[in-house]
Write a protein that binds this ligand. Structure first.
Ligand code: GRG
Length: 305
């Protein structure tokens, strides 16, 4: 998986416009955001799903890179003063702190466009050889557009903002998590399966895997916001509590959040069964997501939260 992530990294470096070319400020901000050391969970999931469905070609790296460009875009916009107003991410000042708000906004917009440029330039022949057909390409573009829009990430983000400082029902928290984070993670897995030409049953199994994993991912992220050290977090700790966000641990408590995330991870792992030599990889990735919560530490910290 590290090797696969390395290949996606090369695509990312090669598709980003040169920092020195005009408009250099926006190009600098795009590179700062994308090449700033993320975990690359979404591209890894995308490539893994592709391989698990029998895909053998190299176009998948472009698809996985496109997903990461969109993810980077959401992080830039999420950190803006008009959204979560965060000054630190991945242990570094956020994009708008370094480049200014207007350039950060435009860098995000340009990353979204670049993602669609990359996806739409995949090629027109092939199948599991990894070169996409026109139909597959348009299906993938459609999936990404829906995952990024109001039925996905934007929808979740809007509810996330509008729920700040309010007592919201768990159903609203579930909506926020499954849309603002779950949609792009599920989409990453689905794109891999779609490019590989997966049969319906396999696509459904991987979609369910992605849904459970994506949901658990955000619960874990919210647990970490309360329990991880600032060094581990790379962000300012406790921002969700300061902003009175509708997160799982703040609504149901850490203990129940850990239990819910654990159950979702088990669910994801059940859906990973039957993928041959890729099954252990899919399961290991699910375990990795849960272990990030450092559950023991989270439970030990219960009294302090
Ligand atoms: C139009 C697509 C679009 C977005 C605009 C700003 C916004 C609407 C949505 C924000 C969505 C968001 C940032 C959700 C949080 C997801 C999350 C858990 C991010 C952290 O992911 P990691 O841990 O980050 O994979 P790294 O740093 O490893 O890449």
């Amino acid at each position: 998986m590290a090797r696969e992530a390395g290949r996606v990294e090369s695509v990312l470096s090669s598709v980003l416009p040169k920092r020195s070319s005009r408009p250099s400020s926006v190009h600098g901000a795009m590179a700062y955001a994308v090449l700033g050391g993320g975990q690359r969970v979404r591209p890894i999931l995308c490539v893994l799903a592709y391989r698990a469905c029998g895909g053998r070609g190299r176009s998948i790296y472009k698809v996985a890179a496109a997903i990461e460009l969109i993810h980077s875009f959401t992080l830039i916009h999420d950190d803006l003063p008009c959204m979560d107003d965060d000054s630190l991410r991945r242990g570094r000042p956020t994009v708008h702190v370094i480049f200014g708000e207007a350039v950060a906004l435009l860098a995000g917009d340009a990353l979204l466009s670049l993602a669609f440029e990359l996806l739409s330039s995949l090629g027109t022949s092939g199948g599991t050889s990894g070169v996409s057909t026109d139909r597959t390409t348009s299906r993938m573009i459609n999936e990404v557009a829906r995952a990024a829009g109001t039925s996905g990430v934007v929808g979740g983000q809007v509810l996330d903002m509008e729920s700040e400082g309010k007592k919201v029902p768990l159903g609203t928290v579930n909506y926020i998590l499954s849309h603002k984070t779950g949609a792009l993670i599920t989409c990453s897995v689905r794109l891999g399966a779609i490019l590989a030409g997966a049969r319906r049953g396999r696509l459904e199994a991987l979609s369910s895997y992605g849904k459970s994993l994506g949901f658990a991912f955000q619960i874990v992220d919210d647990i970490r916001d309360l329990t991880a050290s600032p060094g581990e977090l790379g962000k300012i700790r406790g921002r969700d509590r300061t902003r009175q966000k509708a997160t799982y641990p703040l609504v149901v408590g850490i203990e129940d959040s850990v239990a819910r995330a654990g159950a979702l991870i088990e669910d994801a792992k059940r859906h990973a069964s039957g993928f041959g030599k890729y099954e252990p990889h899919l399961k290991a990735l699910a375990d990795y997501v849960f272990e990030r919560a450092n559950t023991l530490k989270a439970l030990n910290n219960l009294n302090r939260c």
